[in-house]
Write a protein that binds this ligand. Structure first.
Ligand code: GLY
Ligand code: MN
Ligand code: MN
Length: 479
């Protein structure tokens, strides 16, 4: 008997909580605006636009549409060519949608009406886009008269995301930076509804990963596995992938963002599949690595076991307030320990850590926030960090409860990265090249799950198999 997943009840029972999001963003702006309190913030409105429809070059079809994330966060509305205004004084949200164009109805069907929009999305009122300029002007006029003209008015909008027809003529001030900052920061902690969307994206993507495992033995080329993964997600109603899948066989797995996905898989050891669908704009980001033949080599199993230990130990450390930098360090220490036990590293383990030699094998960060974007907002990465161990760590600092983060350690045998370490005496003294030479064909192993940080630990949203024996059983059809 199949049971209905818990996330379905949350999704069926409510709307995307756009008003709660707008309130949080407004509170952030009130708090940060330098002239807050009795100042201009009381006459402030927030203004956002959805993505405009754009035609393909030399063609009469629209480009694939991806909704602007800040707009979706504040409205839950997936429409193109729509606008949104939030009044900080009244806390009222107004959505402006495209009108019915009789000429296009025959081609595209009836668009959403204002009444339908109000019923579907969590906003206070819905108007049509032609109303937006008079509406903004009226907002300024009403707030000025209420305060006898003493207060200044300000509109907060997104840099580069205001169309020509929208004028902010009546406003005393415009600010094109704080709204983005506010939304970016508020997006880090997810509501129960957002977590339900992410649970669904993860559930379907996890099942697609499992489906791929059942298929590995029947196909010859990476592209067939990509087709299997994407097809599975689409058949469950998830039409969009959160990012381009990485389907990398053999040594290609050492290329972190490999995109070819079209190579034959015969005579190669591992397949690294990094793939996740999105559901209503919310992403899954899952990686699994498995032996194509259904049997690990001694070397690839040894590396797999180290990466799995990196991941499981890191997950066990997670809870609200944990410093992500520390968890990343722990992953490096497990990697050093494991590679040392295999004889790839030699010498003093603390010195290997201190001299950052493990970066040659684990060159990226342990993970990133996940949400509407695969690499979600609010992580405060420092790509200029002179410490190579932290340069690509996309989240720095403490993890709040309600944030969703990927835990994706990896060990890679990438000649382009490792050869310079072998030429540098500061690192080469720690690496046994004779032992290393047995591992190049392992390519790369990454295991990536998506977890929700809680007060006492974390909830793992990802259920794709990662236990090595379970994966082998599925590949070999013996499960
Ligand atoms: N799929 C991209 C990443 O894991 O960051
Ligand atoms: Mn990721
Ligand atoms: Mn990934």
């Amino acid at each position: 008997m199949t049971t209905t997943p818990a996330y379905e009840a949350v999704l069926k029972g409510g709307k995307y909580p756009a008003k709660a999001h707008a309130k949080r963003v407004a509170a952030y702006i009130r708090d940060k605006f330098p002239d807050n309190g009795d100042g201009a913030a009381r006459h402030a409105v927030l203004y956002l636009e959805s993505r405009a429809t754009k035609l393909l070059e030399d063609n009469d079809e629209a480009e694939p549409f991806r909704q602007r994330r800040p707009f979706y966060y504040m409205t839950g509305c997936p429409l193109a060519d729509a606008y949104f205004v939030y009044d900080l004084a009244t806390e009222k949200s107004t959505l402006f949608i495209p009108p019915i164009d009789p000429e296009s109805v025959i081609w595209s069907g009836l668009p959403v009406s204002a009444e339908e929009a109000l019923a579907q999305w969590d906003v206070d009122e819905v108007k049509y886009v032609a109303d937006v300029n008079p509406f903004l002007a009226a907002r300024v006029a009403s707030s000025s008269s209420a305060e006898k003209g003493e207060k200044k008015s300000i509109v907060f909008a997104m840099e580069g995301q205001v169309s020509d027809q929208t004028t902010f003529l009546e406003f005393d001030d415009t600010d094109f930076s704080l709204l983005k900052e506010a939304i970016d920061e508020c997006r880090v902690v997810k509501s129960a509804y957002e977590l339900a969307l992410m649970a669904k994206a993860n559930d379907v993507s996890s099942a697609a990963h499992r489906d791929v495992l059942t298929h590995v033995g029947k196909v010859a080329n990476e592209q067939e596995l990509e087709g299997r993964f994407v097809g599975h997600c689409m058949s469950k109603g998830l039409r969009n992938q959160a990012y381009h899948s990485i389907v990398a066989s053999g040594r290609a797995a050492a290329t972190l963002h490999y995109v070819k996905n079209d190579q034959p898989m015969d005579n190669k050891l591992n397949l690294l599949l990094d793939a996740g669908a999105e559901y209503n704009c919310y992403a899954a980001d899952i990686t699994r690595t498995f032996p194509i033949s259904g049997k690990f080599s001694v070397e690839s199993r040894a590396i797999y076991d180290i990466v799995l230990r990196m991941q499981l130990e890191c997950i066990s450390l997670l809870k609200e307030g944990v410093l992500w930098d520390d968890v990343h360090v722990h992953a490096h220490k497990v990697a050093i320990d494991g590679l040392h036990a295999l004889g790839i590293f030699k010498g003093d383990k603390q010195a290997i850590f201190r001299d950052r030699t493990s970066v040659a094998f684990f060159p990226h960060g342990l993970g990133h926030y996940l949400g509407m974007d695969t690499h979600d907002t609010g992580g405060h990465a420092n790509y200029a960090d002179t410490d190579t161990m932290f340069r690509y760590l996309r989240v720095r600092g403490k993890l709040p409860a309600g944030s969703v983060i990927t835990v994706e350690p990896g060990i890679y045998f990438c000649e382009f990265i490792i050869r310079p370490f072998l030429k540098d005496p500061a690192h080469s003294k720690y690496i046994d090249e004779t032992v290393l030479d047995k591992y190049w064909d392992v390519g790369g192993v990454r295991i990536e799950d998506n977890v929700v940080i809680t007060k006492t630990g974390c909830d793992n949203l990802t259920t794709a198999p990662k236990d090595p024996d379970e994966m082998l059983a599925i590949i070999n059809g013996t499960n």
